[in-house]
Design a protein around this ligand. Structure first.
Ligand SMILES: CC(C)(COP(=O)([O-])OP(=O)([O-])OC[C@H]1O[C@@H](n2cnc3c(N)ncnc32)[C@H](O)[C@@H]1OP(=O)([O-])[O-])[C@@H](O)C(=O)NCCC(=O)NCCSC(=O)C[C@@](C)(O)CC(=O)[O-]
Ligand SMILES: NC(=O)C1=CN([C@@H]2O[C@H](COP(=O)(O)OP(=O)(O)OC[C@H]3O[C@@H](n4cnc5c(N)ncnc54)[C@H](OP(=O)(O)O)[C@@H]3O)[C@@H](O)[C@H]2O)C=CC1
Length: 423
């Protein structure tokens, strides 16, 4: 499969779907699923959450050109913001000529926390828990035979002591669980509740909360890119200048939390749409990402950008990636199942690595635009279509009004209304 697809912007949705179907060798059932309205049946939606009254649709696009560890991938993205899919596709196109994205990840290890209170000897409690380590792990694994059979399950314990809190000493036991291809929240929560009575018996303390930690710092996905000045040069900017601009932009985010929040939002512009498209829990990924960005005690960039000895730009990203191929909505939402089929991922780890690559691409796109021509030219040109819609444009009017707004450098609803009235 060749993900290098050019000219999609000039097509109608049906034409894009035809191209996608050919490139990705989609069967007719999948084509119908995407072409037809209401891909999520109301009955299915009703089983997913409570008090369902309908379904809510968002645009699904496909980012083209991605190559991850030498494999071409088409990336489904569900997002309401213009220019995100274009920016990801653009950077993936640039990066292809230097080998694409290289990725890696750790094992899918999640942490479940069991909070213990009501003791005067927290270090004694820690010692008691660690003495019973094997018994606690065996109890955690006693119910989830499927997971253990797949090579996962609770593998280790950590005991964190908080000697002084406003509520007295506190001990928090972490179950370290290999959740294989699940996001794993329900899995580890079940284990945490299972071991709680044993922990109380061992320690004499009282258990309160039993819940996973969204700071999934043992479950990390990483991606890296290298770009030469030639790859980054444009008609207006020399590649060396672009690299210096990107390094200044990155350093701004690295030192200033006000900028880091926006910089990381740009990264999540790439990550969240893939998480949503695959039916995964975007709140969990968001929570983990921002907590990881603040793990040193100071909120900073999730990416690093440097220049190597050859003067090439080197970008890397590392962040928690609690995503699954099973569990949650990954198997219940028909489009989420399709999204996973499109990417042909064999494991949750592989999915997480692709997601990290898209986050890195998105960050590069934003910094490249910001440090050269500014964000408005590319972004506002695409946002103009939204403005035209807002002003009441329909059908072919949308593109015509949007183009006029961009040409006049006045992307406003008022002007769009004037243009529509004058037509
Ligand atoms: C928007 C672009 C890509 C235009 O960039 P351009 O220079 O006009 O692109 P191009 O015409 O040279 O096209 C290059 C490739 O980009 C893709 N592409 C280009 N246009 C389209 C399109 N319409 N539809 C689909 N794909 C498109 C497509 O793959 C195309 O290849 P081709 O198909 O020609 O072989 C560029 O200006 C860009 O990357 N801008 C950054 C946009 C961005 O970051 N958007 C996120 C929203 S802003 C935000 O929320 C985050 C932020 C910025 O605050 C984060 C931060 O501060 O760090
Ligand atoms: N703070 C948070 O982030 C929280 C999130 N959640 C929600 O939890 C959900 C995700 O929980 P999760 O545990 O992933 O979902 P599930 O419990 O639905 O799925 C996990 C289960 O699937 C079974 N399974 C089958 N095949 C595999 C495989 N290859 N790898 C791993 N497990 C497999 C396992 O065992 P078996 O068949 O025995 O069940 C496993 O326990 C999401 O909807 C999330 O929103 C819930 C609470 C808190």
């Amino acid at each position: 499969m060749d993900s290098r697809v050019s000219g999609m912007r000039d097509m109608q949705p049906a034409e894009r779907l035809a191209v996608l179907a050919r490139v990705a060798e989609m069967d007719s059932a999948d084509r119908q699923l995407l072409a037809g309205p209401g891909a999520l049946p109301l009955g299915t939606a009703d089983g997913m959450i409570e008090n369902v009254v309908g379904t809510f649709e968002l645009p699904m696009g496909v980012a083209t050109n991605f190559q991850v560890n030498g494999r071409d991938v088409l990336v489904p993205m569900v997002v309401e913001e213009p220019s995100v899919v274009a920016a990801a596709s653009f950077m993936a196109k640039l990066v292809r000529s230097s080998g694409g994205f290289l990725t890696s990840s750790t094992k899918p290890l999640m942490r479940a926390q069991v909070q213990m209170v009501g003791m005067t000897d927290p270090h004694g409690v820690r010692h008691a828990v660690l003495t019973h380590r094997e018994e606690i792990i065996a109890m955690a694994n006693s119910k989830d035979k499927v997971l253990v059979g797949l090579g996962g399950g609770c593998q280790d314990l950590e005991v964190h002591v908080f000697e002084h809190t406003p509520r007295g000493p506190m001990v928090v036991v972490h179950l370290i669980v290999d959740v294989r291809d699940a996001m794993g929240a329900n899995t580890v929560n079940t284990m945490a509740e299972m071991v709680a009575p044993l922990l109380e018996r061992i320690s004499g303390a009282s258990v309160r909360l039993r819940i996973l930690s969204n700071l999934a710092d043992l479950r990390l996905a990483r991606a890296a890119v290298t770009l030469s000045p030639e790859q980054l040069s444009t008609a207006q900017y020399r590649g060396e200048e672009v690299i210096e601009g990107i390094l200044d932009a990155y350093t701004f985010a690295a030192v200033d939390p006000y900028r880091a929040a926006t910089h990381n939002k740009g990264i999540m512009n790439g990550i969240d749409p893939v998480i949503v498209a695959t039916g995964n829990d975007w709140r969990a990924v968001e929570a983990g990402a921002h907590a990881y960005a603040a793990r040193s005690g100071r909120y900073t960039s999730l990416t690093h950008w440097e220049k190597n000895r050859a003067g090439h730009l080197v970008g890397t990203i590392e962040l928690p990636m609690p995503v699954g191929l099973v569990g949650g909505a990954t198997k219940t939402h028909p489009l989420a199942r399709w999204a996973l089929r499109l990417m042909q991922v064999g494991s949750a780890q592989e999915l997480g690595e692709i997601v990290a690559a898209v986050g890195l691409a998105q960050n590069l796109a934003a910094m490249r635009a910001l440090s050269t021509e500014g964000i408005q030219r590319g972004h506002m040109a695409l946002h103009a279509r939204n403005i035209a819609l807002l002003a009441g444009a329909e059908g072919e009017q949308v593109q015509r009004v949007a183009q006029a707004l961009v040409a006049e450098r006045n992307v406003s609803v008022d002007r769009a209304k004037e243009l529509l009235q004058a037509a």
